[in-house]
Design a protein. Structure first.
Length: 542
């Protein structure tokens, strides 16, 4: 290995044995990382960028095999016994995963999960660990860390869970940090804070960062060098500024220019109201946990009212933790809430599970974290059709398979893939599987909770067009929850802006974008309009 490299990857191959034969996920790539350097690996979902790092860390699924070389400070990692790997990963090399909910134990409070490695590896007392955990939560932007230290993962937003993962990764001051889409679920303002934080920590600790992402807007100022991957191969690499200024490969040029486009037409003025909430409230209570303390109350949704019409898309935007996802789940009666909720003029405010069950076909949800909602024991074909077993039990196996093929084609996946398992897919592909599972039931209302957050821009554009086409064809109504305002503008005809559980502004999408009245909305819109925000923010010079 070259003396000036902390990591040197040579001829790395990653293969997966599947029911349809061998899948070649990574095809003989070379990558170098120097101490203190930030290297970005970019490409579309399924390009092999995450599997490259998973192979190096010995974290491939059981049907995965790695060949080639990955040397960390002259130590070969490929084929290294598990016990020796454990001395490297988690201390010398840490990794922030793309889907934090699958990495956080749902049974333990987040403070305990961050504290346990500190107590075990550094010998800290419980009080010392508590102080360090609070410090880490402050660093990654968790509000009221003294209170949130006793929260469970499910009580936090997707963006907050991702920040908890960053805190855990940084707890032991690693030599190299692998960040796999660390800002995927974060709104644009928090993205900037997290990226600046990582840059500051990098300067302080001298750690190298491998930044895996599909968002090229983030890469330009954050990364020193870039590797562009497509279909398991590196198609272009170089210094970041040179690559952005003069991309050579047509694929790189496409990535740089991809952006969701178009606008949605509003529904007809007299369209009937399908789903309505009046003074909806959701309160979480926490406390008395690992570190002790009194029970605390968090008002996640604070007396919100809205009405969703047939064929309408209401976009719900706001920072992580604003209550967007909680509101969506409350309206679908997936969380206990106060206030009135009606579906097709029927009061479902107090409907129990039995009363709601026949309505679940009509009211579907696409989760923010698809991997956590897809059973690892089912094939994709079984995942997509499991709702049909409940809601259309008379269908035979052949018809279910036909419907699965149709649904997978609609979301841009090869139907041949239906015999594979969820872990064999990229994050973006799993999100499309989740969309197919919801759409196969032909619902009337779909709550889309960050449905494009894990997708690269080119695939986002396809999914936005797909969702609009499905809506037009079937008269669907969407609640579209997102922190990505460019996607929201292309999807929604009505916009709701939330902050700390309240609606601070609402109205037709174009009116809000063109003339926001609330200062909070103005801040969000300024970040959305200036798509070069990250390119102009020099994170390395502060």
């Amino acid at each position: 290995m070259a003396e000036d490299n902390i990591l040197s990857v040579r001829g790395l191959h990653v293969d997966f044995e599947t029911n349809d034969g061998v899948v070649h996920a990574v095809k003989g790539i070379d990558i170098d990382v120097k101490p203190g350097e930030t290297v970005a690996i970019v490409g579309e979902s399924g390009s092999g960028k995450s599997q490259t790092m998973m192979a190096m860390m010995g974290l491939l699924a059981s049907n995965g095999r790695a060949r080639g070389s990955a040397r960390y400070r002259d130590k070969e990692l490929i084929g290294l016994p598990e016990r020796q790997l454990n001395h490297v990963r988690g201390e010398k090399i840490t990794m922030i995963f793309q889907e934090p909910m699958t990495s956080l134990d749902p049974l333990y409070r987040i403070g305990r999960q961050i504290a346990e490695p500190l107590i075990h590896h550094r010998g800290m007392s419980r009080s010392q660990a508590r102080a360090r955990v609070i410090e880490l939560l402050k660093l990654v932007g968790i509000p009221d860390p003294e209170r949130r230290i006793d929260a469970y993962p499910h009580e936090m937003s997707g963006g907050q869970r991702q920040r908890v993962m960053i805190a855990m990764a940084l707890a032991n001051d690693p030599d190299m940090l692998i960040a796999d889409e660390p800002t995927t679920a974060l709104d644009v303002t928090i993205q900037a804070q997290i990226l600046k934080l990582l840059a500051e920590l990098q300067r302080k600790l001298g750690m190298a960062i491998v930044f895996i992402t599909h968002d090229l807007g983030i890469v330009r100022r954050f990364a020193d060098r870039v590797y562009v991957m497509r279909s398991g191969e590196v198609v272009e690499s170089g210094e970041t500024e040179s690559l952005f200024a003069s991309p050579r490969h047509s694929y790189t040029k496409m990535l740089l220019s991809a952006e969701p486009t178009g606008r949605k037409e509003p529904p007809v003025p007299d369209a009937p109201i399908l789903l309505e909430g009046h003074n909806v409230e959701v309160v979480f209570r926490a406390g008395g946990g690992f570190f002790g303390g009194a029970e605390l109350e968090l008002r996640a949704v604070d007396r919100i009212s809205l009405a969703l019409r047939k064929g309408q898309t209401i976009g719900i935007v706001g920072e992580s933790g604003s209550g967007k996802s909680t509101l969506g789940r409350a309206l679908l009666r997936l969380l206990p809430s106060e206030g009135a909720i009606r579906f097709e003029a029927r009061d479902i405010s107090n409907a129990d599970k039995g009363e709601m069950r026949p309505l679940r076909k009509e009211l579907q949800l696409v989760f923010q974290d698809p991997f956590g909602s897809l059973s690892p024991r089912l094939t994709v074909g079984q995942v997509v059709t499991e709702g049909l077993l409940v809601h259309e039990p008379s269908l035979g196996a052949r018809e279910r398979d036909r419907r699965a093929i149709e649904a997978l084609k609609e979301v841009g996946l090869d139907p041949v893939m239906r015999n594979r398992y969820p872990h064999e897919f990229s994050g973006g592909q799993r999100q499309r599987i989740a969309i197919a599972r919801a759409m196969i039931l032909k619902p009337k209302v779909v709550v889309l909770d960050e449905p494009t957050s894990a997708l690269d821009r080119s695939v986002q554009k396809q999914i936005v067009e797909l969702l609009r086409d499905l809506q037009k064809a079937h008269g669907l109504s969407y609640l579209f929850i997102s922190h990505d305002l460019a996607v929201v503008r292309a999807m929604a005809d009505y916009l709701v802006v939330m902050k700390q559980g309240k609606i601070v502004e609402e109205g037709p999408t174009e009116e809000i974008f063109d003339n926001p009245s609330h200062s909070y909305t103005q801040t969000l819109m300024a970040a959305a309009v200036d798509q070069t925000r990250f390119r102009q923010l020099d994170l390395h010079t502060g």
